[in-house]
Design a protein around this ligand. Sequence first.
Ligand code: 13P
Length: 288
Amino acid sequence: MALVSAKEMLEKAHAGHYAVGQFNINNLEWTKAILLAAQETNSPVILGVSEGAGKYMTGYKTVADMVKAMIDYLGITVPVALHLDHGSYDGAKKAIEAGFSSVMFDGSHYPFEENVEKSTEIINLAHSLGISVECEVGAIGGEEDGVVGGGEVADPAECAKIADLGVDFLAAGIGNIHGKYPANWAGLNFEVLGKIQEVTNGKPLVLHGGSGIPADQIAKAISLGVSKINVNTECQLVFAEATRKYIEAGKDLEGKGFDPRKLLAPGTEAIKQLVIAKIKEFGSNDKA
Ligand code: 13P
């Protein structure tokens, strides 16, 4: 199946009261693990690519071509969107050109009027090509590719204005944080989430920083209009843990255990199992 825009899968998720996972990819193993997990659970899936990961994988075109060829080779039939995560103004245009089926333009660090202006331009460009767009209002805490935010919450009035531009789904800070949550984290702000959903007239909402949020808060967020949940750090943690176990057990020193196809296998399998568990938690299994 060819790459699809994320618009339809997220509107279906919103109407059906479940969420589709965006799992960030870093290399071939990550991509393969996530695609296989989605296929096995018969779930739509969004592959997220940060600008840093795009550079690491030698450019958006390399990523888009790899993902398309892998879908074909593995016989993946569930809907897959390839989405730029936290794209800059130039980055979003480049990802569109390279064949991504969805982009996030993150103008949350601009003065609001400039965010509106640039978001409008990216939305118009992407929509003319059938590509979906996510925009962001208000800083989200933690760290993403070296960008640090203050754990802020978005202003619902600003969310309403960005939603009115025709954006397909909207990221808004509700106390969520990228990376590991601190022990003293206050939890998601459901009051603000409820207000944002009310003023954006049922627009699918995006929850960034999906790693480490307790299941009851995930369920409540979905019930209040969150239709896309981004997970990155948890995949990195399970990959690192499984790889460390393999090396600490001395398996790389046994036979041809140093072969990267063996060395990276436990980490890849760990990502696959985590993604299967997340898909079930978010309720997108059997919704392909
Ligand atoms: P985590 O790394 O906290 O899972 O956040 C991922 C994310 O929001 C990507 O945009």
